[in-house]
Ligand binder design. Sequence first.
Ligand code: EPZ
Length: 420
Amino acid sequence: MDYLSITKANTLHGSINISGSKNAALPLIAMCILAHNCVNLSNMPCVKDISTLMTLLQNLGSTYTFKNNQAAIDTSKILHTKATYDIVKTMRASILVLGPLLARFGHCEVSLPGGCAIGQRPVDLHLKALEQMGASIEIKSGYIQAKAPKGLKGADIVFDKITVTGTANIIMAAALAHGTTTITNAAKEPEVVQLCEILSKSGIKIEGIATSSLTIAGTSGKLIEIAPVAIIPDRIEAGTYLCAGAITKSSLTLNGANHEHLHAVISKLEEMGCTFTLTCNAITIHPAKNLRPINIVTQEYPAFPTDMQAQFLALATQANGTSIIEERLFENRFMHISELQRMGADIKLNGHVATITGKTKLSGTDVMATDLRASSALILAALVADKKTTVHRIYHLDRGYEKLEQKLQNVGADILRLKE
Ligand code: EPZ
């Protein structure tokens, strides 16, 4: 297994190219199930979760090519509609094939994704909405068995909780349904907005894009033609590198980043004392001389994203004073705390609220990644820790960060990928 060896960085210099968004790409890959043509997707990030979902589609009978961040996916030859546990267990976002498969074929079997490190992560809201659209849903031996032999019908869906992949699943199901579907309390994340925009360009009538109330007119089972897609930049990858600039007191430029998707993150970094130069496709951070402490509550977009919580928790250890970070979306998304404490961080956890007292001197040691974003938090801490840090189990990191060590090496970080 690979691990990362990181030594304290002097100031970093230069620019980092931001990759396409993993969380935009995943629903867009599932969306190809709705198309009769081979769909071209550019700016596709080369990360594990993406290849996992493409492999899942391939196992169903689709074909794809994926090279130099360009993908072409053809689902015209799908032979069966069973997404098996061996793949789904490795990536819960596989649930995104449920809506499109059911809408197109009238039946499918998708393994229950099960929870993951950060929480139980049920899919009850996805299933309830599909039942409202006329599907019969049974759970048998760990599989969701969904049937809608006459196709799905439009319905008025109200999500009890805002769910990102739940919203994406129902948008895709509604695209081929008979009649119109409304979704109230829809997620407004940029990744969901891009899915709506691409479907709209493909002839699906969608109103309320980028709002929490969507209206989707279905094609009654007719497949669509999807023009080439350019995937939006990854706002969480960009936010992570902004934190790298802030924690190492380095001025960094992120090429390809869209600051419009990062208002909450940039505003928190400004509160901590950083300043920014923003252009239409780049962000430059000018670090604070001394970081001020910060209070954060994670909420749905456009509020502060839960996917940036771990990175800010690491950053807060270098702020002068007490910071408070509350995690409201997931029940177990503080596993990075114990590893940061082993590096010398002063963090107290009370339920879902972490209190971080800084500025603390961090000291490098062996640490273990527990989930995707926790991995990046440990790397941020390692960049400012005395002595060398080794970060193990970085297969978590490889799920969602493309070429992270090369990108950091290119701006002067001392980071190596080695084999256990
Ligand atoms: C998406 O996960 C992202 N993943 C996550 O990013 C992100 O953390 C999350 O949204 C929140 O922003 C992808 O887009 C692939 P949810 P998702 O459904 O859709 C509860 C990363 O690091 N819920 O919005 O699975 C759920 O338990 C990943 O890139 C139900 O109760 O998250 C959670 O508490 C991690 N029932 C809350 O809603 C349901 O049926 C939000 O979950 C669905 C969700």
